[in-house]
Design a protein around this ligand. Structure first.
Ligand SMILES: CC(C)(COP(=O)(O)OP(=O)(O)OC[C@H]1O[C@@H](n2cnc3c(N)ncnc32)[C@H](O)[C@@H]1OP(=O)(O)O)[C@@H](O)C(=O)NCCC(=O)NCCS
Length: 196
């Protein structure tokens, strides 16, 4: 399958059914993250992840990218929803690296390469939510230029957390579009878009 982008020796491409064995090894390495934030044990996390990410052709707007190293192992996953609440808005659902990959600049390099690629595909703004109990992730996204626009409870698996919604705008017109969109009543909002 075609690569979407590359960063620090990792190739990002959509996960597929045949990635099951590599995904199982990745799932084991991130089991602690699933227990902490989702309240799911390692086995539950792996089977939910496999259902959700390896079968994404069933959900056309969901992009589940594996970050593959030179040996074909999965170093991380990046889950995105394309055109989330507005056209050309991409929601970063999750960026999750194997624990031994963290804290060395990999996440930043991957996100920057992803964003450049997404912009080349038409993305104009990025949205994500971070739980308050993950201050390092909040610091990470803030450094990458995301700003808080709302606070809200977030349900992940069996757990509910307080969280923050962060946005990063990469196209100046999107600022005006969001200014017209956000004040509308929730549930009745109409996307406001102008030509790119
Ligand atoms: C968040 C994450 C993708 C960042 O990638 P990374 O390669 O570790 O980050 P970088 O090395 O580019 O940048 C370092 C910064 O990332 C953040 N970070 C580092 N380790 C982290 C960890 N274990 N968990 C969360 N954030 C971390 C911190 O802000 C750190 O800066 P600091 O060292 O000054 O505290 C990665 O740490 C990770 O997978 N964490 C667990 C999953 C997660 O929390 N994802 C975000 C959910 S919204």
């Amino acid at each position: 399958m075609n690569a979407c982008f590359e960063a620090v020796g990792l190739v990002a491409r959509p996960l597929a059914h045949g990635d099951g064995p590599a995904f199982a090894a990745f799932g084991e390495s991130v089991a602690g993250y699933g227990e902490g934030y989702y309240g799911l044990d390692g086995q539950e996390l792996r089977s939910r992840g496999a259902r959700h990410w390896l079968l994404t052709p069933r959900r056309p707007r969901l992009l589940a990218l594996g970050l593959f190293d030179a040996r074909g192992a999965i170093a991380g996953v990046l889950e995105v929803i394309v055109h989330h609440t507005m056209p050309d808005e991409w929601c970063v659902v999750l960026l999750l690296l194997r624990p031994e990959m963290r804290g060395r600049g990999t996440g930043e390099a991957v996100y920057r390469a992803f964003e450049a690629w997404a912009v080349s595909q038409g993305a104009r703004s990025f949205l994500l939510a971070v739980v308050d109990s993950n201050p390092r992730a909040l610091a990470f996204w803030s450094r990458l230029g995301f700003v808080r626009v709302a606070t809200k409870p977030m349900t992940l698996g069996r757990r509910t957390h307080d969280g923050q919604v962060l946005v990063r705008i990469v196209c100046p017109r999107r600022r005006e579009e969001l200014a017209a969109y956000l004040p509308q009543p929730v549930g009745q909002r109409q996307a406001v878009t102008s030509p790119a």
